[in-house]
Design a binder for this molecule. Structure first.
Ligand SMILES: *[C@@H]1O[C@H](CO)[C@@H](O)[C@H](O)[C@H]1NC(C)=O
Ligand SMILES: *[C@@H]1O[C@H](CO)[C@@H](O)[C@H](O)[C@H]1NC(C)=O
Ligand SMILES: *[C@@H]1O[C@H](CO)[C@@H](O)[C@H](O)[C@H]1NC(C)=O
Ligand SMILES: *[C@@H]1O[C@H](CO)[C@@H](O)[C@H](O)[C@H]1NC(C)=O
Length: 373
């Protein structure tokens, strides 16, 4: 459209968009009902499970520390830093049934394998540990008719001592693919090691959402807020090419990746305490759902008409039960992958712990459905 011929139209459009933005900004999520689905049924002891819709009826779950059980009920050490499983979609809230995670194919191996310089296979180096811990499910960027799926995960190259960070040596880009539908879990491969360097934000590691032809990729800033990049989705949804990326810096999209200590990339009113971001048609808004400080199961919600903000201050809307293990509860995670995509409701899980006979933590993953007013 040229400016002259469309002055009326654009004026109308500007007014309309202002009204839409204003309407979207005033979204105040209110809970209509909560339905308890028990805990997910899992043959493994594992924590911090997030999920992605893999095919129309199949959900891919990716979890952190995973263990099998000994006959005495104690979990087997050492734990595997990440595993994956499939599930179906949950039953209707009129008849809530336990959701079952299918067993992973090979419990001895990580779903996202550690790299050669991360003390593979289990990451154990003296008294430190490299953890390939996923914070969010892989972002599915393309699906084929016969169940072929192309997805990506951005995983921190992180070494811990206990829970203290020794180093975060960038973030690697893993490609996660299925050639066809079936019971086989997807295969993963390090596509680009240290795709984000140690001086860059780990875009895509904290959350991701597809909207209007872009993959919006969130990463944690040093002050535990979020920064965002976006990649225009081309053919087959490839995310390997940095030329497709733009970064939100100082209130504008730019082609140059900022340094992680650039304070102008911090999104106001966001939090990098583990969370999930999705698009809600109901609210015409991006939605962030996540927790606060460890250890509890408090869930907060924040909304924004655009991926980059302005985000509303996060509101507490649900507090899950905590356990009696050493870390009573953590990892407040939302599962848009378990919904019909309307935004009318959301599923939540968290990790709730109780002591094994030997005092080690046993993990439960409670599942609840929240319907919004
Ligand atoms: C889920 O399974 C447990 C037993 O494993 C049972 O106690 C609970 O009632 C079930 N919950 C639902 C919603 O079916
Ligand atoms: C930001 O990080 C860069 C590279 O690590 C460093 O050279 C610079 O001094 C840092 N700036 C601030 C303000 O800390
Ligand atoms: C962030 O939240 C505060 C209230 O805590 C609000 O005044 C401010 O406008 C919010 N910022 C944005 C960008 O929405
Ligand atoms: C912890 O809670 C579980 C129920 O989840 C209960 O069976 C167990 O007795 C409790 N253990 C302790 C030490 O309080």
């Amino acid at each position: 459209m040229t400016a002259m011929s469309s002055r009326h139209l654009s004026y109308g459009f500007v007014v309309l968009s202002c009204i839409l933005v204003a309407a979207a900004r005033t979204v105040t999520p209110e809970v209509a009902s909560i339905t308890n689905y028990g805990s997910v049924l899992d043959q493994l002891n594992r924590d911090s499970c997030s999920s992605s819709r893999w095919t129309p009826n199949v959900v891919l779950w990716t979890c952190r520390d995973s263990q099998t059980f000994q006959p005495d009920g104690n979990p087997v050490d050492p734990s595997i830093a990440n595993t994956a499983s499939f599930s179906s979609l949950p039953s209707s809230p009129r008849n809530p049934q336990n959701l079952t995670l299918s067993p992973p194919q090979n419990v001895g191996q990580l779903f996202y394998k550690l790299e050669a310089d991360e003390c593979p296979p289990l990451g154990l180096c003296g008294d430190s540990r490299w953890v390939g811990w996923p914070d969010t499910g892989p972002v599915v960027t393309s699906t084929g008719v016969l169940g072929a799926v192309n997805a990506y995960a951005f995983i921190a190259r992180q070494q811990l001592s206990g829970l203290a960070v020794v180093q975060t040596d960038g973030y690697s880009l893993y490609r996660v693919t299925s050639a066809h539908a079936g019971p086989q879990l997807p295969t993963t491969k390090v596509e680009v090691s240290a795709f984000w360097s140690r001086t860059e934000i780990g875009y895509g590691s904290a959350g991701s959402v597809l909207h209007n032809g872009y993959a919006y990729l969130y990463g944690a800033t040093p002050n535990r807020k979020l920064a965002v990049a976006r990649a225009k989705l081309g053919l087959f949804g490839r995310l390997e090419d940095k030329k497709a990326y733009e970064y939100w810096v100082n209130g504008a999209w730019t082609r140059n990746a900022p340094l992680l200590n650039d304070t102008s990339i911090v999104l106001e009113n966001t939090s990098a305490i583990q969370g999930t971001i999705y698009w809600s048609p109901k609210w015409e808004s991006f939605v962030w759902i996540g927790g606060d400080f460890f250890p509890n199961a408090n869930f907060y919600v924040s909304t924004s008409p655009k991926a980059e903000g302005p985000w509303t201050p996060a509101q507490l809307f649900y507090s899950g039960a905590v356990g009696n293990g050493s870390l009573p509860a953590y990892s407040a995670i939302a599962h848009p992958s378990l919904t019909d995509g309307t935004g009318n409701y959301i599923f939540l899980t968290w990790t709730k712990t109780r002591p094994a006979p030997n005092g080690a933590d046993l993990y439960d993953t409670p599942l609840v459905r929240v319907d919004w007013k």
